[in-house]
Design a protein around this ligand. Structure first.
Ligand SMILES: Cc1cc2nc3c(=O)[nH]c(=O)nc-3n(C[C@H](O)[C@H](O)[C@H](O)COP(=O)(O)OP(=O)(O)OC[C@H]3O[C@@H](n4cnc5c(N)ncnc54)[C@H](O)[C@@H]3O)c2cc1C
Length: 375
């Protein structure tokens, strides 16, 4: 059997894989590239949200479902509303974004609609797909790693719905509304007003265990009732499980990218902006034939502090709502948006940490210090 050779192979054509390939094409990279992805973008029924500055908003415009300047976090007793002049909160249609990347990638990029497997051989890694063999000088791996059974996870089901009523405030996103059943873990409702009568509503949990579908469905229905809304038509459903811990990976000679490569805020599950930043850094290195590419890619550098925050959530879920409200009221809209985008600004981090109850923070800091996976 012959072996097809490429300069670059990308395992997984989701956000990280397709973004990397598209950015390489836009940078007129002359290397041959192969991508392995089993699912068509049409099957990616997801809404990827993030904070973006004006230039990012304009480059992502064709894929956007909505843009907002205000967002709120609702606790049991109080709420915090932020607005930002520098950043907008945007919702990206994952299917449109991936189709857009596919249009950008040029003829040098070959897309294989298949799962891929890797096999270690004496002088590298063999890639196996569709009963064919491939090798590549650089292999980027974005295939998701399984979350740890006992690790903290963000898990959710969301419904895109048309409601019978007219929404009173379509300018403000509800990032977290903690008026939901907290008996099985930290639980909040996320709601994006997509138009005057269309909403994406998600029941989101931060806990170790994924629940039965009915748990999320009931929570969505209860929140709608609380807000005097009723469903006219259910348009779409989306669901996900995002690890809020470093996933244990088999050691490999591949370059991990995307969530697998640590491009995710472990304390919030937001990854879109960090995936973009990682792809920009990789493209520069690839174009300049930078040999440091072969070192492990760095994900989010302040991951340790995220893990301290998550330790607090794991050990003290009953005060999570209070913590989120306090931490967001410690920041203004611009600071909050940069923090959520993965800002490495220590001053903002200090403000967030200072908003945590002191004893709990110190206890969690030391627990994390001795248990953190420093890879
Ligand atoms: C419903 C949903 C909503 C989300 N909302 C947000 C959000 O609002 N904001 C945010 O930042 N993040 C969100 N996320 C997280 C989101 O997954 C990430 O932003 C982003 O997709 C991560 O990119 P990635 O490339 O690391 O992983 P993915 O996009 O998951 O890409 C990995 C790809 O690998 C492919 N694959 C798997 N196994 C193989 C194999 N053996 N061979 C080849 N390919 C394989 C998969 O099909 C997949 O396409 C959401 C996730 C889901 C599911």
């Amino acid at each position: 059997m012959t072996i097809d050779e490429f300069d670059i192979a990308i395992l997984g054509g989701g956000n990280a894989g397709m973004t990397l390939a598209a950015k390489l094409s836009l940078a007129s990279c002359d290397k041959s590239i192969i991508i392995f992805e089993p699912h068509s973008p049409k099957l990616k029924s997801a809404t990827w949200s993030t904070w973006a500055d004006d230039s990012e908003v304009s480059s992502l415009k064709p894929y956007l479902k909505g843009i907002w300047k205000r967002w709120k976090i609702v606790g049991n007793q109080s709420e915090v509303v932020h607005k930002s002049l520098d950043f907008s909160y945007i919702a990206i249609d994952a299917t449109k974004y991936l189709e857009g990347c596919a249009k950008i990638i040029d003829d040098r990029v070959k897309l294989i609609s298949s799962y891929v497997e890797t096999k270690k051989i004496s002088d590298g890694i063999l890639l196996l797909a569709q009963e064919k063999k491939f090798i590549a000088d650089l292999i980027f791996d974005s295939r998701p790693a399984n979350p740890d059974e006992n690790g903290l996870k963000q898990h959710f089901i969301g419904w895109e719905i048309e409601v019978n009523q007219t929404l009173t405030d379509t300018d403000t996103v509800t990032l977290m509304d903690f008026r939901a059943d907290q008996s099985r873990g930290i639980h909040f409702i996320y709601a994006l007003p997509l138009s005057g009568n269309k909403l994406l509503v998600e029941s989101t949990m931060l806990s170790k265990n994924v629940e039965n579908d009915d748990w999320y469905y009931d929570a969505i229905e209860e929140w709608l009732t609380l807000n005097k809304l009723s469903i006219k038509e259910k348009l779409r459903e989306e669901r996900g499980v995002i690890p809020m811990h470093k996933t244990k990976l088999p050691s490999s000679d591949l370059i991990d990218i995307g969530v697998r490569g640590g491009s995710v805020r472990l304390s919030s599950g937001y990854s879109f902006s960090i995936v973009q930043q990682q792809a920009n850094a990789l493209v520069e290195k690839i174009i300049n034939n930078d040999s440091s590419l072969l070192l492990k890619t760095k994900g989010y550098p302040l991951g340790f502090l995220d893990s301290v925050f998550n330790r607090v959530l794991l050990d003290y879920p009953s005060i999570a709502a209070e913590i989120f409200v306090k931490h967001s009221s410690a920041l203004d809209g611009n600071e909050f948006a940069s923090f959520m985008r993965g800002s490495q600004n220590i001053r903002i981090w200090f403000k967030v940490m200072s908003a945590l109850p002191k004893f709990i923070f110190i206890q969690s800091f030391f627990k994390t210090l001795f248990s953190y996976d420093y890879r």
